[in-house]
Write a protein that binds this ligand. Structure first.
Ligand code: 6GU
Length: 227
């Protein structure tokens, strides 16, 4: 999978060289390229923003640098072009699974009050456009959201996570929160590990874990059970 990220703060993404995704990049499983939007400006100040038509607070990202960046990065690959935005559809595990199937993603990170709306229309002529939000709160720009999405997508690319079994028993993979985990010692500060986990009875353990998943989902995320 190839991922191109466009941002005015490319160094945000330095952290993606660490750990799991860093290894995936070294192994060639994940071909991640981070670009500075200002590389597609031509004025002396490398300007990427301007005042909004119609007035209002803040600045809007100009369309021209985005147009040139998308032309160059899309080529003829018909990429999926993701714009992190609090006004987008909510990013879920199912969204991560869907994007992990694609072989070219472009992630365009906006700052200020947003990107000129015509950029989204133009991008749709180059590939599939998706505006995607992490949830109902506001970040200053798309960078942190893009990193979260890259990590969620990247770990689903075959080979990135060594043991594929560890992908299935996770919160959200089956629509429920994950069960609680325990390790040695079996007694710690007067607290016991639930006895069933020491029983060796695999059917009883599976049933207990499923019950835990349902109970904590009901307590913490009842919305997951109702829809
Ligand atoms: Cl994707 N972008 C911004 N700026 N804020 C957000 C978000 C994205 N998701 C939640 N809040």
């Amino acid at each position: 999978m190839r991922i191109d990220v466009v941002s005015i703060f490319p160094s945000y993404f330095d952290g993606l060289t660490l750990s799991l995704l860093g290894r995936a990049r070294e192994n060639g499983l994940l071909d991640l390229h981070v670009h500075d939007l200002r590389d597609w400006t031509s004025d002396r100040h490398r300007t990427v923003d301007d005042t909004p038509y119609g007035g209002g607070a803040g600045m809007v990202m100009k369309p021209e640098p985005w147009g040139l960046a998308l032309d160059e990065l899309a080529g003829s690959s018909r990429p999926t072009i993701i714009f992190p935005s609090p006004a987008g559809e909510v990013f879920r595990q199912s969204t991560a699974r869907e994007f992990a199937e694609h072989d070219h993603l472009i992630i365009g990170c906006g700052r200020y009050e947003g990107i000129d709306e015509r950029v989204f229309e133009y991008a749709a002529t180059l590939g599939e456009v998706r505006l995607v939000s992490l949830g109902d709160y506001v970040l200053n720009g798309g960078e942190v959201a893009a990193m979260a999405m890259i990590e969620a997508i990247g770990r689903l690319v075959p080979g990135v996570v060594g043991n594929p079994e560890s992908l299935v028993e996770e919160s959200h993979e089956d629509g429920l929160l994950e069960y609680g985990s325990y390790t040695k010692p079996s007694t710690w500060r007067d607290r016991e590990v639930p006895g069933v986990l020491l029983s060796g009875n695999h059917a009883a353990i599976a049933a207990w874990r499923r019950e835990q998943q349902i109970e904590r989902t009901r307590a913490r995320r009842p919305d997951l059970l109702s829809d």
